[in-house]
Ligand binder design. Structure first.
Ligand code: ZN
Length: 181
């Protein structure tokens, strides 16, 4: 039976697109992470993806370790209007830099498909002691199917880019998805 479009979770739609953007990054020689900024009515403000392995252009950040998907989104979006009403979707739990940028910009909500037990900053975004992060709503890994998909997609990069300790955390959190990587 087909699930009516209205019942398809709004998170699912945007997380699926973030994962599709992540796959495009991988094809282009960058790390597989994609992100979207979406307003309250579901309209996409900006799409971004990791561009660390690609050239810098006039339109897009690139060729730098900080050319993360979320930063690409924020550069595209420019000055934000009513940031508290916006949701940042990412295929992977944002890192300290991107989480920090989200807090600085006062993005209201952050949703990610897959956790990153080594590089993710979710535990700080939800840090109730930090005055700039009090208002940020966090929704981590709401859809098990997409969490698995994202973990399998990023696992080779986690093994390549993270130190042994980081990879061990990935192995522990996602034993099935990291098996044989
Ligand atoms: Zn980042």
């Amino acid at each position: 039976m087909t699930v009516p479009a209205t019942e398809v979770s709004v998170h699912e739609v945007h997380l699926r697109e973030a994962l599709a953007l992540a796959r495009r990054s991988l094809e282009a020689g960058s790390s597989p992470v994609g992100a979207m900024l979406v307003d309250q009515s579901g309209q996409v403000i900006a799409r971004g993806r990791n561009r660390t392995g690609e050239a810098q252009t006039a339109e897009r950040v690139g060729d730098a370790s900080v050319a993360h998907a979320e930063m690409d989104v924020f550069f595209q979006a420019g000055k934000l209007e009513d940031p508290q009403s916006l949701t940042l979707y990412s295929s992977l739990e944002p890192c300290l830099m991107c989480g920090g940028a989200s807090a600085l910009l006062e993005v209201g909500r952050i949703v990610w498909a897959t956790g990153d037990p080594w590089g993710g900053a979710g535990r700080l975004l939800a840090w109730s002691d930090h005055p700039a992060m009090q208002e940020t709503e966090i929704i981590a890994c709401p859809l098990p199917e997409l969490e698995t998909e994202g973990a399998s997609l990023f696992a080779p990069e986690a093994k390549r880019a993270f130190p042994e300790k980081g990879w061990a955390l990935w192995r522990e959190k996602y034993p099935v998805e990291t098996e044989g990587v």
